[in-house]
Ligand binder design. Structure first.
Ligand code: FER
Length: 299
């Protein structure tokens, strides 16, 4: 009898999960393309830096915290009002000027992902407390560039829209930041990075706009990443980047995407960091990538 009740309760919980659309995420976790079984690492596939220390992604007591605001801007390319998250650092002072990191989310997320599933604000707060990063504003937009930019039930349904986001980023978001925040508004003070779909976007858009971004990073970049022979439209421009970062987890089935980019960059003598993290297609990897990548910015 007790077991029957337990079974009924489980069935009820499962139906709620399905109703709430959790099924999409569960289906995503089963996605064969991101399951990294049997990956054999090659000789140059190792961490470029030691892993972050224990607790680096957890709230720490007694330190100053940055602030995450939800901001609405007008998107000229989409004709809609869109939301993004803006992190201002501890001790933020409107009379100073700050460099900006544009930080992009994955296929199942939106402007909230980096501060909900991932721990961008905690990672950054802890780095400031340890004086390891330059004060910067971090803009986390919604990379699904379509009029209805809510996370769809089938998260793959909106994937084409991620390819249109450069118009919104360059045409509306960067000018919005210059008009509304105290930013250093030039390429040397602008970075573009992201995870998975956002990693592909960062590599695609960053390498095509080296006059706008001096720092570019792709974490666990997804199959939206342009093919290696198409991703660097201007080799001389890419060589002028202050930082080009390509990383992926050693258990991520999408490792082939980043491998292809690294191989092409190496063959064309384009300086970059090739960092292999430990883990799968998961927030633990992306938090560590942000921890390492952010320390290399604007120095
Ligand atoms: C795919 C597998 C994964 C794909 C995208 C992803 C567009 C994106 C994953 C993520 O953003 O986490 O085949 O195709």
């Amino acid at each position: 009898m007790k077991n029957d009740i337990k079974l009924a309760a489980t069935a009820l919980r499962l139906s709620f999960a399905l109703l709430l659309g959790i099924s999409a995420n569960a289906a995503f976790a089963q996605e064969p393309r991101i399951q990294g079984q049997g990956i054999v690492l090659q000789e140059d596939e190792k961490p470029a830096f030691p892993h972050a220390p224990e607790g680096y992604d957890k709230p720490r007591q007694g330190i100053a915290h940055g602030k995450v605001d939800t901001v609405t801007y007008d998107s000229k390319s989409l004709g809609t009002k869109r939301k993004m998250s803006v992190y201002t650092p501890p001790g933020y002072d409107k009379n100073k000027k700050y460099p900006v990191l544009y930080l992009l989310h994955g296929i199942g997320g939106d402007h909230r992902e980096w501060t909900s599933e991932d721990a961008a604000h905690e990672v950054l707060d802890n780095l400031y407390a340890d004086k390891k990063i330059v004060p910067m504003i971090v803009v986390m937009p919604n990379g699904r560039a379509q009029k209805d930019d809510r996370i769809p039930k089938n998260i793959y349904a909106g994937s084409a829209a991620f390819g249109e986001f450069d118009k919104d980023l360059i045409g509306s978001i960067i000018p919005f930041m210059a008009a509304n925040y105290p930013v250093k508004d030039d390429r040397e003070h602008r970075a573009l990075a992201g995870l998975s779909m956002g990693g592909g976007q960062s590599l695609n858009f960053g390498l095509a706009n080296t006059d706008k971004f001096a720092y570019v990073g792709g974490f666990s970049s997804a199959p939206n990443t342009l093919p290696p022979d198409k991703i660097v439209p201007d080799i001389e421009g890419a060589k002028k980047l202050k930082l080009l970062w390509v990383s992926v987890g050693d258990q991520d089935g999408l490792i082939t995407v980043s491998r292809g980019v690294h191989k092409y960059l190496k063959e064309h003598d384009i300086k970059h960091i090739w960092h292999i993290d430990s883990g799968g297609h998961k927030p633990v990897v992306w938090n560590n990538d942000l921890y390492l990548f952010s320390q290399l910015l604007f120095k």
